[in-house]
Each structure stands twice: as C-alpha cells, then as structure tokens.
Design a binder for this molecule. Structure first.
Ligand code: ZN
Ligand code: ZN
Length: 225
C-alpha cells in the first residue's frame, strides 16, 4: 500500500489527484486525507483569487461627486490606513509565533525525515518551479519535497540530507522577517533568515553548526530573477 510519504509527495505535486491508491490511503489515514483537503481548498482559493482580479480590472471605476466625494475619500483613506496597520501588525506577529509555526509544522510531519533515498530531479522541480526557484547542485541529497499548507499558504517543504542528519527547509515567500529568527523547541534547532523573497526556515536536530548549515542551504537556493 502507498505510504504517507509517497501520498504526500504525489498530492503535493498535484492536489486534485485521485485514483484507487490515493483513495485507499485517504480511507486509512485521516491525517493525510486532511492534508490533501487543505491543499485542494488552497488551490481552489488561489483559483478564485485570480478570477476576482480579472473581473475587477474590467469593471469601470465608480464616479464620485467632487464635494461630498472628497470628505468620503478622506474618511475611506483613514479606514484603509487603519486596516493596513491592523494587517501589518497581524502579519508581523511576534517572532515566537513564527517559531511555533515552523517547529509545529516540522514536528507534525516527522514522516518527511524518514526516507534517505534522493528524490528525482523532476519531482523537486515540480515543487520549486511554481515559486520560480531552483536548488543549485552540491547541497546534498534532497530526500523529501512537497508543497505544504503552512499558516494558510502553500509553501515548498524540503528535507536535505546533511552529514549530521536531515535538515528541513521551508521557503516562506509570504513571510518577511527583518533579521534572523532563532528557533529552539522540542529538541529542534533552527533559524528563519530573510530571503530575496520572504524568508527561509532551516531546521534540524543535533546540528552543532546550525549557522554554517543555514548559510550553506541559503546559498544553494537560486531565487530566480
Ligand atoms: Zn498517511
Ligand atoms: Zn510540510
């Protein structure tokens, strides 16, 4: 029967995938079924966002009468500023919550660490291509790659084999940090670094030289143009 690792690889590459093997695993494994449902929902949401954008472009702008319009605009502007400040505060939530989210994700997917077999280059490309990123050769074997739901976004989740054990890499394009965020929880050590697009989380266990490894991983990512 298909195992969790294989299921999540397949579903990560193609959330809408179905078939006997997929359905059988879904029936036996509620965690994986939920994982696929989340990815499907995310896919549908992204699809809808694009539809909304195109209709908005075509719609003619509303005409506002000048006298009452200006006051209304000023009021609307202050509301918009208020809302953006609120969103900004919410997005740049404390470093502690980022640490918790990253470690929480890694800890909930320990199955990703088990395999030691390098995955095929085209499988890795399937996970990284949508981000416009690539991995330069020489970083080590990538033994797991999937597109995962992380805090409401789809993010690439990789596991790279390093001499002292597997290292998890999450590309968090949606999440900006102003400096390195250190993570140390539940026996994991890691760091989230600012990246050309968003940030990158690098997490391991018993990694003595985490900074060296983080730098190695960071430099191995080709962030695209
Ligand atoms: Zn499973
Ligand atoms: Zn994941």
């Amino acid at each position: 029967m298909m195992n969790c690792l294989e299921f999540r690889r397949r579903v990560g590459a193609e959330p809408a995938i179905s078939g006997d093997e997929i359905d059988a695993h879904r029936g036996d494994c509620p965690a994986c079924a939920r994982h696929q449902d989340e990815l499907r929902a995310m896919d549908a949401m992204i699809g809808r966002a694009f539809v909304v954008d195109t209709t908005r472009i075509r719609k003619p702008r509303a005409v506002v009468a000048p006298a009452t319009g200006r006051r209304w605009l000023a009021m609307a502007a202050s509301i918009v500023i208020g809302v953006s400040v609120g969103i900004a505060l919410w997005v740049s939530s404390p470093r502690a919550s980022l640490a918790r989210e990253v470690i929480g994700h890694v800890a909930s997917e320990t199955h990703a660490m088990i395999s030691t077999t390098p995955i095929a280059p085209e499988e890795l490309a399937g996970v990284l291509d949508p981000e416009g990123t690539k991995l330069r050769p020489g970083i080590g074997d990538v033994s797991f790659a999937a597109r995962c739901v992380f805090a409401g976004n789809v993010v690439p989740h990789l596991v790279v084999r390093m001499p002292r054990g597997p290292v998890t890499v999450l590309l968090l394009r949606h999440r900006n940090v102003d400096g390195p965020v250190r993570l140390e929880e539940q026996g994991y050590v890691g760091v989230v670094l600012p990246a050309p697009r968003g940030s990158i989380a690098i997490v391991g266990r018993d990694q003595k030289d985490l900074d060296g490894i983080a730098q190695q991983v960071f430099e191995a990512v080709d962030w695209g143009g």
